[in-house]
Design a protein around this ligand. Sequence first.
Ligand code: DQA
Length: 142
Amino acid sequence: MRLSIINGPNLNMLGQREPGIYGNKSLKEIEKGLLVLGEKYKIELDFFQSNIEGELVDAIQQSGNRCDGIILNAAAYTHTSVAVRDAIAAIRIPVIEVHLSNPHTREYFRHTSLIADVCRGSIAGFGDESYTLALLWFERQR
Ligand code: DQA
């Protein structure tokens, strides 16, 4: 099994960015933790982060041909991007929407996800464990 872990804008700043909301771990540290889990379950992981909407669209399309699933934190594009939504709808593999924080407990503009209904499911509010939980779901599908 091969999964693609795709992170959107400002998630390259994790660790420094609003740690009270997003935690103290950097994206590299989160990815390292996922690699350990991936090794345990024999799941290959590809990592991609971009601040650019079109690059996220490209990564989703390419993962659709190459991987068995996507764990996607589209970050702010969750709430704004029809292009990211359409890319998810265009591929056949399951996509899990993840968020470190729980957007529903935050500002009103974070309450809408343009991607939730084209994703297999959503996991939010568990810090970096949101990614772990998504990976475990994939592991259990085998
Ligand atoms: C986020 C939540 C989004 O609302 C926000 O724009 C982010 C991060 C999260 O992981 O909690 O950048 O996706």
